[in-house]
Design a protein around this ligand. Structure first.
Ligand code: FAD
Length: 464
């Protein structure tokens, strides 16, 4: 007997219930990954994620080969390609992780129908991509998902979690089905120069070295913790969680076992990830329409707005902390969470530009670019999502005082300002004229006060 383990966002051998169940169901397993044509055509397969994915697939194939198997790669429509493979190898079951986005849900339905015709069963496994399956927790009162994080987190913390699974010892693949060559990292032209390495081994090494250096322990602290921009002290595991080269169940389990305030704060962030996934699973349209319709009429993209959007994208708004984040994004394909929050708040609430424009730019660059986390965090920052204080506006100067008091983060990412010492780096317009003139750094693209007044007036007008 043969089963197929169809890998999606779970590119790992450890703690992978999909692979485990496929192995238990048959004598031979075909591990399959389909390079999805629709994802390519939608423009979602951008160079940074393509490069990271290539690393993940190479690592998965290597791990499978060490266990007597190998990865089969196909390209096209996942439902068609999987059904074709099922016919080729006579499989009676296909195993897959439950998806979250509207697209993943449709893919699952199409796959189920195609397999039914082929006389093959589809088995869907939960708590693979998230620690707690979307839909597993619902609030009282008959709603289908949680719209507020705090009560969700309370329930999430109480929910039982499965015990993480070890990697299988052997993966016997029946008589070699044909496979395309693995995509190569070098093939992803245009990837960011400072892009991280992908793959399960790289992910495990990162997780171990971060803990060894005290990252988890310090995570909740003001200095050297999750919000300290200069310390760059977060785990940087987000791309591994996005591609599933690390398991969220295992991370939550290991962090909780360690205990302490840092571990608690870290586990809370993993719950944020699950929270956004359960919102998206229940409201797939929230990936492009306002989750809470506010009647916002954002500025158009012409004239001044076009110039301001371009400055924001390039990291030349004249607000050093905003620019530092935007430059980090271009250089590494990743940005610190605090900087993401500020960049998103600045675009939507100071420039009053539609969140979708910012979210699309992030998705074009982020190696962890994820429909659930990106679109719903953008909506959170824009005040159209799940923030219970949708009108709060983050001020770059106040944020700088709290999270980059010495200007370390700004000097790292905005080289034109590298010679400006201390907190003065956050207000280059206040420098003595001669010094200011020597810096090749732009004037503020808008006056903060004016931008924020425009936001408040627009909000009142739109609601009125
Ligand atoms: P850590 O601080 O080490 O946290 C551990 C893990 O918890 C992260 O890897 C991540 O999986 C999860 N996590 C942390 N914060 C959040 C959060 N606010 N929402 C959801 N999950 C979280 N994250 C993505 O994975 N993909 C995205 O496309 C994405 N887009 C974002 C866009 C905006 C505008 C904002 C404000 C946030 C976005 N985030 C996104 C969330 C967050 O910024 C990143 O997950 C985090 O910066 C990743 O760094 P880390 O792995 O070092 O996080």
């Amino acid at each position: 007997t043969v089963s197929v383990a169809l890998f999606t966002s779970d590119l790992r051998l450890r703690d992978n219930p999909v692979l485990r169940a496929a192995l238990a169901a048959a004598e031979g397993v075909v591990p399959l990954f389909v390079l999805d044509r629709a994802v390519e055509e939608a423009g979602f397969a951008v160079p940074n994620r393509r490069a990271f994915l290539a690393d993940c697939l190479a690592a998965l194939d290597e791990g499978l080969r060490e266990r007597g198997g190998r990865l089969v790669v196909r390209s096209g429509d996942p439902a068609e390609e999987t059904t074709r493979l099922v016919h080729e190898c006579g499989a009676h079951e296909v195993h897959i992780a439950g998806g979250v986005s509207g697209y993943a849900q449709q893919r699952e339905t199409r796959l189920r129908m195609a397999l039914e015709e082929a006389g093959c069963a589809l088995r869907v496994h939960d708590a693979v991509i998230t620690a707690v399956a979307p839909g597993a927790l619902t609030p009282s009162g008959g709603r289908d998902h949680f719209a507020v994080f705090t009560p969700y987190f309370r329930r999430w913390s109480q929910a039982g979690r499965r015990t993480p699974l070890a990697a299988p010892r052997a993966v016997p693949v029946p008589e070699a089905p044909g496979s395309l060559r693995l995509p190569r990292r070098e093939g992803a032209r245009g990837a960011a120069p400072g892009l991280a390495r992908g793959g399960e081994r790289a992910g495990r090494e990162r997780w171990a070295s971060w803990r060894r250096k005290g990252g988890l322990q310090r995570y909740g602290q003001r200095e050297g913790g999750q919000n300290d921009l200069g310390a760059d002290a977060t785990s940087r595991l987000s791309p591994h969680l996005h591609f599933g080269s690390l398991s969220p169940v295992e991370l939550a389990h290991e962090a909780a076992a360690k205990g302490g305030a840092g571990a608690e704060a870290f586990v809370r962030q993993l719950a944020w990830r699950d929270f956004h996934h359960q919102v998206l699973a229940a409201r797939p349209a929230a990936s492009y329409t306002d989750y809470r319709p506010h009647g916002d009429r954002w500025r158009g993209t012409e004239g001044d707005a076009e110039r301001e959007i371009a400055a924001w994208r390039e990291g030349r708004t004249g607000y050093p902390l905003v620019d530092a984040g935007m430059r980090q994004l271009l250089h590494e394909g990743w940005m610190h969470n605090r900087a993401r929050l500020l960049a998103a708040s600045f675009l939507t609430k100071t420039l009053y530009v539609d969140w979708r424009i910012g979210a699309a730019h992030f998705l074009a660059h982020l190696v962890d670019g994820d429909i659930a986390n990106n679109q719903l965090n953008w909506q959170w920052a824009a005040g159209t999502g799940t923030d219970t204080r949708p009108n709060r506006v983050l001020n770059p100067l106040t944020q700088a005082r709290s999270y980059d008091p010495q200007g370390t983060y700004v000097r790292r990412w905005v080289p034109e300002l590298a010679a400006v010492e201390g907190a003065a780096v956050h207000r280059p317009w206040r420098l003595p004229a001669a010094e200011r003139a020597r810096l090749d750094y732009p004037e503020p693209v808008v006056d903060l006060g004016e931008g924020q007044a425009r936001f408040r007036a627009a909000r009142q007008r739109d609601r009125g």
